[in-house]
Design a protein around this ligand. Structure first.
Ligand SMILES: [Zn+2]
Length: 176
């Protein structure tokens, strides 16, 4: 497995659900999901950064805390994409994935308890996407968001360099 940075960032788990699933998702309730490919978008700003958060997702035994914890045991992680950044890119990434042809939000509010950008959820079901399709979508969303952050900061703080740090963009981690 490729080592992950222990710095803050945004990540996407690309998941395969091999068969339809009825599952309880914490207090959201019970839901039935079609089989297929799902993308879960989150950010890691706690201790240990991306490394701690993503490795927690990949660990099989753990207390059920986040919505995604209820779904992960039934899925296989196909890929993890991340960008190290101190800006919150999760909503930009999530909304860009929602624009892919055939994308659907299966569970309203899933993973979006802390979202203030109007995302219907931070879990999206995708038609089987190609890796390059996901990469280019996230890449474009990152560039657009970065330009927005830069122009906002230039506007407000007169030329302060953007705080965004893009490293290891779209590195793919092979599960296990
Ligand atoms: Zn959001």
């Amino acid at each position: 497995m490729v080592p992950l940075p222990d710095t803050p960032g945004t990540y996407v788990l690309l998941l395969n659900l091999p068969q339809p699933l009825t599952v309880r998702v914490g207090r959201l309730g019970n839901f039935t999901l079609d089989s297929g490919v799902y993308a879960y978008v989150g950010s890691a700003f706690g201790p240990g950064g991306l490394k701690a958060r993503v490795y927690r997702h990949l660990r099989p035994e753990k207390p059920l805390h986040w919505h995604i914890d209820y779904l992960l045991p039934h899925t296989r992680v196909l890929a993890v994409y991340y960008v190290t950044t101190t800006e919150h890119l999760e909503c930009a990434w999530n909304q860009s994935l929602c624009t892919l042809t055939g994308a659907k939000v299966p569970i309203s509010g899933f993973g979006a308890s802390d979202c203030h950008s109007g995302c219907p959820a931070h879990l999206v079901r995708l038609l089987p996407p190609t890796i390059s399709q996901v990469k280019s979508t996230l890449h474009n969303a990152t560039l657009t968001a970065k330009q927005m952050f830069e122009s906002r900061q230039i506007h407000h703080t007169r030329g302060t360099p953007s705080r965004i740090v893009v490293m290891g963009l779209f590195s793919q981690i092979e599960p296990g």
